[in-house]
Design a protein around this ligand. Structure first.
Ligand code: NDP
Length: 452
């Protein structure tokens, strides 16, 4: 039976309703459960949120656009994929969130990502709503020309639904500088206008300095804020990173810069272990390998005589700090127990929802510094927001200026977590803090804007 009131919400009853409305969408249920668990007690103390059924409305996207994408491969064969854009909530600004091109993309994954994005964007303090999109297209093994034809076909439909004041996509897994360039080119051709309709653009055509670095740097800045609450810093800390893509690369760069020792990276093939710690020269090799030659970390391990563990995740390598920066549910309960047993004191999530619910519970119980993705990886979208500002003003800020603003935003996100997530023991529950902190601004705006 449909629930017609949000009076005195309980998690069980609420999640039953979510599952009824969106059957089979497991990743989406997981993301909503994590938020609902933390915000329901807060909502029960605020009658205006109950009367306005804010949480129910906030778990239903404004709209979902799904479309066929047809393109031709280099052999002249017709290929078909499915494209999506989930416009989740625009209460505090235009929809904003990345595009993911990966065979694992489906509606559940994109709804979870778009839902998370609503809270994350709110935490940045910038006026951005939440959205996400993408396709089950796999860019791996495709030529540049094939990727371009796919991007053009994808944008031909997407262009009807986005705009600088409507919905501003960016990159995510499988969508980097190359794809954003092709997508922007096609939008410009179709709409005959040069606007900030995508972020993560190249520097020569409206991109912001520090945007490629922002998610990784931001995750490290957030880790630094968390450590500071215990009078510690990153210097000399042993760090393990999963992934070897955009977020992982710049997490490694900033950690090295701050004197930490990065001993592992991973990709879909396995984990590379470098007990001496990555140097800037080795990291440059990884960047060239992944961004230009699109190779695997096995080649990196072979080149530098490092151990490569086929098919393994990096969580078995002893570390002080862990930075999951690859994909969702890549760190489970067993991985969390291993990390904790090995003395890990901090987890900062560069990826979205990389830890399973069991892992999150273990981190929370253990009292380690655990920064969930919607807080720790918000630096990327924050600088996308600043790219939109610069595009509107038709100016470019310097590297130092953008980096200064990024550090300020990560500090402010940390402060919001402290405000809403303070514990009786004097610590901070960052999951609670980020969820309630992100919720409040959106909920207030929804109440103010009436039943729409
Ligand atoms: P990239 O495509 O640049 O890199 C992803 C990396 O993760 C690659 O090294 C890839 O391996 C690895 N990976 C992907 N899927 C799997 C898998 N199923 N198992 C093992 N390894 C995997 O993506 P990003 O770095 O941009 O994104 C990484 C994460 O960060 C995602 O969760 C994304 O949503 C999140 N994020 C990204 C932001 C951004 O600004 N880019 C902003 C906020 C969050 P391989 O090299 O073999 O392909």
């Amino acid at each position: 039976m449909q629930v017609l009131t949000d009076e005195r919400l309980t998690l069980d009853r609420f999640m039953r309703d979510v599952r009824r409305r969106s059957p089979g969408e497991e990743e989406f249920h997981q993301a909503v459960t994590e938020v609902a668990e933390k915000v329901i007690p807060f909502i029960n103390d605020h009658p205006e949120y109950l009367e306005n059924r804010i949480l129910t409305r906030l778990t239903e996207p404004d709209r979902v656009i799904m479309f066929r994408v047809c393109w031709e491969d280099d052999d002249g064969h017709v290929r078909m994929n499915r494209g999506y854009r989930v416009q989740f909530n625009n209460s505090i600004g235009p929809y904003k969130g990345g595009l993911r091109f990966d065979p694992s993309v489906n509606l559940s994954v994109l709804k979870f990502l778009a839902f998370e994005q609503v809270f994350k964007n709110s935490l940045t303090t910038l006026p951005m709503g939440g959205g996400k999109g993408g396709s089950d297209f796999n860019p791996k093994g495709k030529s540049d020309a094939e990727v371009m034809r796919f991007c053009q076909a994808f944008m031909t439909e997407l262009s009807r639904h986005i705009g600088a004041h409507v919905d501003v996509p960016a990159g995510d897994i499988g969508v980097g500088a190359r794809e954003v360039g092709f997508l922007f080119g096609q939008y410009k051709r179709l709409q005959n206008e040069f606007t900030g309709v995508l972020t993560g653009k190249g520097l020569t055509y409206g991109g912001s300095l520090i945007r490629p670095e922002a998610t990784g740097y931001g995750s490290v800045y957030f880790a630094r804020e968390m450590l500071a609450t215990r009078g510690e810093d990153l210097e000399g800390k042993t760090c393990v990173i999963s992934g070897a893509g955009n977020v992982a690369q710049y997490t490694a760069e900033k950690l090295i810069d701050l004197g930490a020792r990065v001993v592992a990276l991973s990709d879909r093939q396995g984990t590379v272990h470098d007990s001496d710690g990555l140097t800037p020269a080795k990291l440059n090799y990884v960047m060239e390998l992944k961004n230009k030659r699109r190779g695997t970390l096995r080649e990196f391990a072979d080149e530098f005589g490092l151990n490569f563990f086929e098919g393994a995740r990096p969580w078995g390598i002893t570390c002080d700090c862990a930075f999951p920066s690859a994909t969702q549910n890549e760190l489970d309960g067993d991985d969390a127990r291993t990390l904790l047993d090995n003395g890990c004191i901090l987890v900062s999530e560069g990826a979205n929802m990389p830890s399973t619910p069991e892992a999150v519970e273990l981190f929370e119980e253990s009292g380690i510094l655990y920064g969930p993705g919607k807080a720790a990886n918000a630096g990327g979208v924050a600088i996308s927001g600043l790219e939109m500002t610069q595009n509107s003003m038709r100016i470019s800020w310097s590297r130092e200026e953008v980096d200064r603003r990024l550090q300020g935003i990560m500090r402010s996100i940390h402060e919001q977590c402290e405000e809403y997530g303070g514990t009786e023991q004097g610590g901070v529950n960052y999951v609670k803090g980020a969820n309630i902190g992100g919720f409040v601004k959106v909920a207030e705006s929804m109440v103010a804007q009436g039943v729409v």
